[in-house]
Design a protein around this ligand. Structure first.
Ligand SMILES: Nc1ncnc2c1ncn2[C@@H]1O[C@H](COP(=O)(O)OP(=O)(O)OP(=O)(O)O)[C@@H](O)[C@H]1O
Length: 228
């Protein structure tokens, strides 16, 4: 359901952030993407939601070949691919409710349906009681919960997370991981780039290691495999 065929990515400065990626990720998998700093993890993730285009090669997401995707079709792709960032990327002037509703409203739902769906996902992430608050009034872990709620509000087939626990303490990181695990258990594919050794080694999911833009390891129930 996510497939990369001979994908390369050369940035204008000449850096090859992807150098012959061939990867197949099936619906419902939970995949950790690991590797040293600068290895190409973020580039890999950005190419899946078309934030970056590959220089050569083919990427297929949910049956859609991203190379032939027109710009006007990108919003449709983004609704099927939820994205979670290390720094949350919430809109600071919008409330918790509005941040989540904003992601949904683009599909022109009835206001009553919007409210129902937003409250449903905020309940799932345990934040029903903070709907009127602004992101600045929340802890880091709570902000990440809002961003997870936003990522799943359109019931995407895939959630991709780039270092979602990078700004969080260990306990809060585990709370976020159990949420992502729950989302995965319900059938959503989860792809997560991380430097967190303990999380990778404890959760025993598929591990894809990238170094210099190449897959150097791809193991089921894999280990983090680096020192830190
Ligand atoms: N927009 C860009 N323009 C030019 N070079 C870039 C750009 N984005 C990333 N790079 C380079 O591509 C390489 C891969 O970067 P990327 O961010 O994908 O690595 P990463 O594995 O996510 O690193 P980290 O673990 O530090 O987040 C790096 O050498 C980086 O400097």
């Amino acid at each position: 359901m996510i497939e990369m065929q001979d994908v390369t990515k050369k940035y204008p400065n000449g850096i090859m952030a992807a150098n012959g990626l061939n990867i197949l990720i099936n619906q419902g998998e939970f995949v950790f993407v690991v590797g040293p700093s600068g290895a190409g993890k973020t580039t890999f993730i950005k190419m899946i939601y078309r934030e970056e285009k590959p220089t050569t090669g083919k990427i297929i997401v949910n049956g859609v070949n991203l190379s032939s995707l027109k710009n006007r079709e990108i919003p449709h792709l983004r609704r099927n691919v939820g994205v979670v960032f290390q720094d949350f990327k919430l809109l600071p002037t919008l409330t918790v409710f509005e941040n989540v509703a904003f992601a949904l409203e683009v599909i022109e739902h009835h206001p009553k349906d919007i409210k129902k769906r937003v409250m449903e996902v905020l309940a799932l992430v345990g934040l029903k009681h903070k709907v009127r608050m602004l992101p600045s009034e929340l802890s880091g872990g709570e902000q990440q919960r809002v961003s997870i709620a936003r990522s799943i509000v359109n019931k995407p087939k895939v959630v991709i997370a780039d270092e979602p626990t990078g700004n969080l303490d260990p306990e809060t990181s585990w709370e976020i991981m159990s949420l992502l695990d729950e989302i995965n258990t319900q059938g959503t594919t989860v792809i997560m780039a991380t430097h967190n050794r303990e999380i990778v080694n404890t959760m025993k999911h598929r591990v894809i290691a990238i170094e210099n833009g190449r897959v150097v390891r791809d193991e089921q129930q894999g280990e983090y495999g680096y020192e830190s």
